[in-house]
Design a protein around this ligand. Structure first.
Ligand code: PLP
Length: 421
């Protein structure tokens, strides 16, 4: 029996309606930007396995470091103990985060990073004796699949069974260059009737909303408003972090810095699951007390796993290297040229780009998981490129180490796909 067939016996895949879904493709190895399936087909991983393996799959600089760490210390409880990989990672990460970020809290995935961000914000006010129980978030945001994260997410098509159990969240539109005053007006109204604890947002690019992009100036206006009214700001950089926007973090391109930041995905270079919620000294100080109840009583068994910390540390070293920074510049330029070339195509409604994230909207109406989406996906896969179209959007978010030849192949497969529409 093939892996594909054996898979069906016991496995339940994420985000999948198994009754209508085709067989799952069994990947047996990955190197650089290439995935290989059990039949020997290869695919260029043009979405970096959900924005994780930005330095390439099985990058030996990272795997060697983790293999070495594995011989010394594999796992230890992070409550009551500490260790060198976590300490070194904290120093390296704080040195590249926005200057106001001073403390790091560990967990295992993007959703829990957001969950913790929300809990930090709510307890911050609680510890200060203030009642603030409402959150603000962007329309169409995505922050993960746990309850707090689902609550602040605005893509609700699949959340039906859970909506009655959500936190109280008010939505504002993303800034588009023309609606700044309108958003401020909406916020002014909201604060008159609600005690708002925090604003949770994906800065500059909303990943799951099909790489929807908004303007930095508008976001800055919102963040300034929040600061003026004591509303904490929680930047979900799970997708945008670690170089993708052309800065280390999307927040680097915005004047007003967040109080809290959520990191995962590329944090560990795609090797191991881990997440971090960082915060400013002011947030931390609100928990620092002789009163034990004011502490943050949240913890995960694998918090700050030494292997994951080592992968993250090696990843940050690569991110800061001239080599990776030059790759980022190269991809930004390459996408700009492809954008200019493809923009006039009659099937292209619009293009957009932030850093190495490129997206184009097709000039057709289609469902997020509809038939055309499947045809596009199959076309890409048949031609050896792993892309995951979302609705009528095709986006590229490739590892930094993708070669020019591989990039050209991704572009030409997209251009051919426009003809099968
Ligand atoms: C993927 C993602 C999450 C959720 O992360 P998981 O590790 O899948 O739980 C949260 N926020 C953003 C912006 C994401 O892209």
């Amino acid at each position: 029996m093939t892996l594909k067939e054996r898979d069906k016996k016991h496995l339940w895949h994420p985000l999948t309606q198994h009754k209508t879904h085709p067989d799952h493709i069994a990947i047996i190895k990955a190197k650089g930007c290439e995935l290989t399936d059990e039949e020997g087909n290869t695919y260029i991983d043009a979405i970096a396995s959900w924005y994780t393996c930005m330095y390439g799959h099985c990058n030996s600089y990272i795997t060697n470091r983790v293999a070495e760490q594995m011989q010394t210390l594999d796992q230890v409880v992070f409550s009551g103990f500490t260790h060198q990989p976590a300490i070194e990672l904290s120093e390296a990460l704080i040195s590249i985060l926005p200057k106001n970020q001073k403390k790091l809290f560990f967990s295992d995935n993007g959703s829990t990073a957001v969950e913790i961000g929300i809990k930090m914000a709510l307890q911050y006010h609680f510890n200060k004796g203030e009642t603030r129980n409402v959150l603000v978030a962007f329309e169409d945001g995505f922050h993960g699949d746990t309850f707090g994260a689902m609550s602040v997410s605005g893509l609700s098509v699949y959340n039906g069974p859970f909506e009655d159990f959500f936190l109280d969240v008010k939505r504002i539109p993303t800034p588009n260059g023309n609606n700044h005053e309108q958003i401020l007006e909406q916020l002014r109204k909201l604060i008159m009737t609600n005690d708002i604890a925090a604003f949770v947002y994906e800065p500059l690019v909303q990943g799951a909303a099909a790489m929807k992009m908004h303007d930095a100036e508008g976001l800055n206006t919102i963040l300034k408003f929040c600061k003026d009214y004591g509303i904490l700001t929680v930047a979900d950089e799970v997708m945008t972090g670690f170089g993708k926007t052309g800065h280390f973090f999307a927040s680097d391109g915005i004047e007003e810095k967040p109080d809290i930041m959520c990191l995962s995905k590329a944090l560990t270079a795609g090797l191991l699951p881990m997440a971090i919620t960082s915060c400013s000294q002011d947030i931390y100080n609100a928990f620092y007390s002789d009163d034990i109840k004011k502490g943050l009583f949240h913890g995960h068994t694998y918090s700050a796993n030494p292997l994951a910390c080592t992968a993250a540390l090696a990843g940050i070293e690569l991110l800061k290297s001239d080599d990776i920074q030059n790759h980022i510049k190269r991809i930004i330029n390459s996408h700009q040229q492809f954008g200019e070339h493809i923009k006039p195509h009659p099937k292209v409604a619009s293009i957009r780009q932030t850093g190495i994230i490129f997206a184009l909207d097709l000039d057709v109406k289609m469902e997020r998981y509809g038939n055309l989406r499947d045809r596009l996906f199959n076309h890409f896969m048949t031609h050896g490129v792993f892309l995951r179209p979302l609705g009528h959007t095709i986006y590229i978010l490739a590892p930094y180490v993708i070669s020019d030849t591989e990039l050209k192949k991704v572009y030409s497969v997209i251009e051919e796909a426009l003809d099968i529409l």
